[in-house]
Design a protein around this ligand. Structure first.
Ligand code: ATP
Length: 219
């Protein structure tokens, strides 16, 4: 089986920045599939505005009918903070020696040293860092990431398929400067987020009044 992509996030809500990146990685890296993994309790940020069931439902709508993209809800079913290292360990136990590719936007990669047991991630998976507008990696990232990059960087998808874990690939995706924060702000201000996320997801949000100013608390 080809490498499996793991794309974690709060997906509050999922948008075209996530979806386009996932599809491009599926195709350009020759992945068997990309699993979108919604985070249950994010350890490093404020709690999501939409609850776990809502974020999962939006993701399911977003990937419906798209071969190769699927939702993996294991972090929503696990109690306690959602640590990616636990998720990757569970996937490794299930998938044997299949190469695993953890897909990260460049903003997420720059925050990696704050992640729980982050130095173990590369023993469980490769890292694929997708360039995200405004979060350039051109300026050399602060060490310890610079040292990690120097030691682990590869340049082709074939390098990722050749072993189960341990490499870092930096790659470009079509730059879409879309964030869930901006979408929540638009909806909260009574404006439309249409064309930033799938229509089915927006219709689902709108029908339930999610992210309306009146429904708010956490931001
Ligand atoms: P928020 O604005 O609430 O922080 P977000 O839009 O950044 O949310 P997350 O769910 O936090 O989305 O991000 C999950 C993953 O998706 C991260 O690795 C992040 O870098 C990546 N990502 C988010 N938006 C984009 C985008 N527009 N292009 C590429 N990657 C993205």
């Amino acid at each position: 089986m080809g490498p499996v992509g793991i794309f974690g996030g709060t997906f509050d809500p999922v948008h075209f920045g996530h979806l386009r990146s996932a599809l491009e990685m599926l195709e350009t890296l020759g992945l068997a599939e990309v699993r979108l993994v919604p985070c249950g309790q994010p350890p490093h940020r404020h709690p999501p505005r939409a609850d776990a069931a809502a974020r999962r439902a939006m993701l399911e709508l977003a990937v419906a009918g798209q071969p190769g993209l699927r939702v993996d809800a294991r972090e929503l079913e696990r109690p306690g903070p959602s640590y990616m290292v636990d998720t990757l360990a569970a996937l490794r136990a299930e998938l044997g020696a299949t190469p695993l590719c953890l897909l990260l936007g460049s903003d997420a990669f720059l925050g990696l040293p704050q992640w729980h047991r982050w130095q173990e991630l590369l023993s469980l998976a490769h890292l694929v860092v997708m360039h995200r507008p405004g979060w350039g990696l051109d300026q050399s990232p602060a060490s310890p990431l610079a040292a990690l990059l120097a030691a682990r960087r590869v340049h082709t998808a074939a390098d990722l398929a050749a072993q189960p874990a341990g490499h870092i690939l930096l790659t470009a995706v079509t730059p879409l400067d879309i964030s869930a924060t901006a979408i929540r702000a638009l909806i909260g201000a009574g404006r439309s987020p249409r064309y930033l996320l799938p229509d089915a997801v927006w219709e689902h949000i709108r029908a339930r009044g999610w992210y309306n100013a009146a429904a708010v608390t956490a931001e």
